[in-house]
Design a protein around this ligand. Structure first.
Ligand code: PTJ
Length: 249
């Protein structure tokens, strides 16, 4: 990482790539996680690599949903732990919420390494190693979860993935919040609340909102969640991107 000069115009982006690449060498990020990161980078470029006001609002509503939940769970994978492990732990403590490792490319070794990484960074308890339940309707390993974690959660914060798990969790009656830089993804479209932002910026910002909203009464928070229009939010993001692109040239 020391080879990247601080005055390089893409310094932050290059450092972030290095983080993901090193986490892959440690067995935390799956090799296809590098491709997922590249797709995320491309969408972040279109957004201007900043949290849009629409995303900030989605992060506020997400924090309200997490504060109203009886059993909120943060679902993390390899890329998330490479990019924002400390921030996830801090958010989980602030809500408070459980953290569960849930992987698409699931191996015992990766689950263990990712859990250990979180514990080394002071996570109190990490769910996911003792998968004793299955999300109905999914034929791949992302279905595997813990009864006391994702399976019984009422609100799940899904951090960075693309897949059918979001729909399967919704079918179980859960409120699903997703962070995904791609506003066109199936995950964003099927979520209860989609946050189109980088996990690096979104997680600390949700924590700021959690701290601001913590003492607001629950019915007011519930109202924020119930009046959220996810489809409109995604349309607003897409129209922001297209206007921005028109203005650039
Ligand atoms: O660790 P595992 O085994 O669970 O594997 C996870 C990956 C990431 C490999 C798997 O979920 C995958 O293949 O994901 P996709 O289908 O490439 O989708 C990842 C989504 O995350 C894409 O829509 C990206 O735009 C988005 N994304 C990538 N990086 C970020 C992001 N969203 C928010 N913040 C990011 N930093």
């Amino acid at each position: 990482m020391e080879n990247i000069p601080k005055n390089h115009p893409r310094y932050m982006s290059l450092m972030t790539r290095e983080k993901v690449s090193q986490a892959m060498k440690k067995g935390i990020v799956h090799e296809t996680g590098l491709i997922a990161h590249g797709r995320g980078e491309a969408f972040d470029y279109l957004l201007g690599e900043k949290t849009l006001p629409i995303a900030d609002l989605a992060e506020k509503v997400a924090s309200a949903a997490l504060l109203c939940a009886k059993n909120p769970v943060l679902s993390v994978n390899g890329n998330v732990v490479a990019l924002a492990a400390v921030e996830c732990i801090s958010l989980a403590n602030a809500i408070p919420a459980k953290i569960e490792v849930n992987l698409f490319h699931r191996t015992k070794d990766r689950i263990l390494k990712i859990s250990q990484e979180l514990c080394n960074k002071d996570a109190k308890k990490v769910y996911g190693q003792n998968a004793d339940a299955k999300i109905p309707g999914l034929d791949h390993d992302r279905a595997l979860c813990e009864k006391d974690g994702i399976f019984s959660a009422d609100v799940v914060l899904v951090l960075l993935e693309d897949g059918d798990r979001c729909q399967a969790l919704r079918d179980m009656g859960k409120t699903v919040i997703v962070i995904d830089l791609n506003p066109l993804s199936r995950t964003a479209k099927t979520a209860s609340i989609a946050i189109v932002d980088n996990v690096i910026r979104a997680i600390p910002n949700i924590e700021i909102w959690v701290k601001k909203l913590k003492n607001i009464n629950k019915s007011e928070l519930q109202n924020l969640v119930e009046t959220w229009d996810n489809e409109k939010n995604l349309c607003d993001v897409l129209s922001y991107i297209s206007k921005r692109l028109n203005q650039l040239f």
